[in-house]
Design a protein around this ligand. Sequence first.
Ligand code: NOJ
Length: 452
Amino acid sequence: MGFKKDFMWGVGSAAYQIEGGAFEDGKGPSIWDTFTHEPGHVKDDDNGDIACDHYHRYEEDASLIAGLGRTVYRFSICWSRIIPDGDGEVNPKGIDFYKRLIDALLSRGVTPCIVLFHWDLPQALEDRGGWLNPESPMWFKRYTEVCAKAFGDKCKLFFTFNEPQCFIGEGYYHGANAPGKKLPMSDMMPMVHNVLIAHGLSVTALRELVPGVKVGYAPTTGGTAPITDSPADVEAARQALFRIDEEWWMWNVPLFSDPVMLGHYPEEDPFFKKYCEFLPENYMEDMRTICQPLDYYGQNIYYAHLWKMGEDGNPEYVKKPTGYAKSLINWAVTPQALYWAPKFLYERYNTPIVITENGMACHDAISLDGKVHDPNRVDYIHRYLRELRRAVDDGVDVAGYFHWSFTDNFEWCSGYTDRFGIVYVDYETQKRIPKDSYYFYKSVVESNGENL
Ligand code: NOJ
């Protein structure tokens, strides 16, 4: 069967990770500007002030994306570039930048795909309580409306939130990401709820204002895969994907996706039962707002944890094989993640699946021949996409795949040490060098995956 004819082959990026231009043309500060300028948070105390200088080099970047063939480019909008204080005056120069970017893409045959929120909350809104403020969903609704009116004539593909698990969990619970807070569970549950309401209001606004819009949501978590294909182990992996672990609670699917896709929280989950007292009293009433029909269920998937069914009938975590293959940042290379997670997610949510991120950090360097050879990434893409095709062949409706990422970039608190791109960036000169994986991915795009 293989990938559908109109399969979306894409590459992704995020505003703070690539743009630079952090204090230009009236942009307001975001929580990442603040956080990176406080010493000690980021590896080598690096920041995104310049990053890949995409703010000035977007034409060159658009040409490189176009060089991959018929692609979709998933990028995020920096909220404080558009509305410097988050909910006040609109900054025309910010709007203008993204309009120019969209035109640069379209004129080269690349389809733009906007992510409205990839973590860089305007600092002014954080100062007002951020996502804990009950007004925050309305701030996000207004920001969505501004983007929809400004870009919706030319961009028809939108995702609301990228990885709520990460910006809530790492930003406000573990404190590793901006704004670096360590808040209690009594704050986490209302924050999750506000973000979910913001998602619902945003989807409604997009549908009202953008004719022909396609909308999705892009949460994350480690996938799960069974250790064997036996029905019992498959069931163990399925159950493991949809439960909430007390210690690593934020890395879960159902708390963040069941309300959006099914219109209710995972009410029977022990974790949910324990902490739901912190939700607003009439939280069920908000489900009508939160649960909006989506065109795509996006999911960022990099690896899977392995599971088997235990003798007591409960899923049992399986230790990874000794000497297992891993990426530069120790993420296990588990291609079957792109078979099982889409399958389980499609069964539960019955909505076309988009892999909104997938990729690998490697030890990339410019070789003596002036090229960047990244055989591990080539192999990763090859193996993972074969598994994704297996899911398609088994009847999972997969609408797209976005490789993370297009260029190397600012990897949040790891600074510039972890390179995820299929295009190498020399940060001293800002020279871009397509890696071997760029050419491999191009051949995948051009053959619609037939070469896998
Ligand atoms: C998750 C995030 O969405 C993205 O910003 C990050 O760079 C990649 N995954 C890799 O960690």
